[in-house]
Write a protein that binds this ligand. Sequence first.
Ligand SMILES: [Zn+2]
Ligand SMILES: [Zn+2]
Length: 271
Amino acid sequence: MHSAVLSPYHIEVNSSFFDTFNYFFLILLQFALLRLIITSGIFQLLHYTWFYKTRKVSYDLIQSSQYIREIVSDLINITYNSAMVAIAIATGFIKLKSNYSITEALASFVLLFFWYETMFYYGHRLFHRPNFFWIHRHHHLSVTMTPWTVLSFSLIEMTYMQISAFSLVAIYSYFTHFPAETMIWYFIVNSVWNTAAHSNIELLPKSFPGLSNWIIGSTFHGLHHAERTGNFGLFTTFLDKLHGTDMPNYKNKLQQVWDFRLTDHSKSKSS
Ligand SMILES: [Zn+2]
Ligand SMILES: [Zn+2]
């Protein structure tokens, strides 16, 4: 039996597989549930404020059936993710540590950020090819995004995402244990940023338009959901720019969102 005061990564290696699995599964599940409720909940609450009217990306009506489908999908994926990560830890596939320098913490964070960005971009492009789109179709059932679209993926696509993130942690673990807080902080940044991009609320500031050249917000990803022809990046536009897959109508649409001009276009669905 593990003491409740033990932090997850201090768990003793002589614990049985099932003890370790149960311990991490429950912690990860609770953490992921809290994350969903807090981040998606806050963005959902913003939908009922004045701010939403000034930064709304799409005016298309969202059916309640979409919310139900997405939330069910989110809950299934949270459970699946928590179980898979708990298995990866319990089997020693990934190893975490709590003692490391601030330099290692920052370097491993940057490494994980760009590793996952790269794996996501190329995987995402592959899933948009006709032969592979069945894997990604579930996510695109949401043509207009909500804060709950963020984890609405098929289990096969979720598996690809897990392999993408944890392959780096596993390779790193082969040489030395991976900083535990880096994983936690990356998970938080990923959750908040990804929910923001799916929130249907543009948070990129009009006063610093240069940011929108490199940082992905809800207008950028909303165009991907609406038209599916480009904008495959996760958080940055680097790879879209490198491969010429950034959608040419993005800047125009962003300006319309910033200027509240989309209200006039809402019924025509034009972008
Ligand atoms: Zn897509
Ligand atoms: Zn999406």
